[in-house]
Design a protein around this ligand. Sequence first.
Ligand SMILES: [Fe+2]
Length: 247
Amino acid sequence: MKFAVLADIHGNSFALEAVLQDMDALGVTDAVNLGDFFSGPIDAAKTASILMERDFASVRGNHDRYLIEQDPTNMGPSDRVALDQLSEQHLQWIADLPTTRTVFDDVFLCHATPRSDSTYWLERVENNGVVRPASLAEVKAEADGVDASLILCAHTHIPRCVRLPDGRVIVNPGSVGCPAYDDDMPVYHYMQTGTPNASYALLERHHGEWNVTFRSVLYDAKQASDCALLNERRDWARALQTGWFEE
Ligand SMILES: [Fe+2]
């Protein structure tokens, strides 16, 4: 059994199409999707039509929740621009998704951590805004009580694989469509992969153990960046084209 793990597409239909082509070339047809599908100044409607047609097993991310929970006048600009592009049918598709689910008997899907859609897990932010890998104790604490051989998480956009001493494997596939961003919570910080490529992961079970392959897919990021500029988001445009948030 082999399947792809997609996450944090953030409305980037160009990156999503490149990932789907990469999967096709590798003969991979099955995938799961860990949420934050639409939020961003690119093409939420096209992203929604692709995802609804593919119907991958999916969980909702924090930005998906904001789209169906928040008053539009209080939304952040990346959520608001996506909301304006989405139909009632797209929003209902989000509303019908779970926040966590188990697939393939013992593969657990969540957006951020098993108990939260908005808490960093495999990375942590220090009080001075520096991002560091989480310690073993920090990673273990969030995995407490999750009965699965493979736990899939996203949200920080950083591709990473961690194996706990008890054998459970935790994988963050990175972000399909948003390689770098900044955030004010819990303190100002930025996340960056340092490449504009679209990230996702391939998982394959061999004799009960998980083999993980990270894919970093080249695509025409200028098309996505041009959409961001049309929506007056120079920060997104630069991050999409370079993979860096810092200048
Ligand atoms: Fe997220």
